[in-house]
Design a protein around this ligand. Sequence first.
Ligand SMILES: [Zn+2]
Length: 50
Amino acid sequence: MDDLSRFCCQNSLCADYGTRNAGNLTVCMHYGKSTHLRLLYCRTCRARFV
Ligand SMILES: [Zn+2]
């Protein structure tokens, strides 16, 4: 399982910026074929970041 509780929104303008485990993040996709990087999506500010 992906543990998103360790991540938080990286958009400093977002209301949930820096708030971990706020339930606003979802995993959009995985980069490449064998990388661990994931594209996260913030439902609060609709920003995507790795
Ligand atoms: Zn956000």
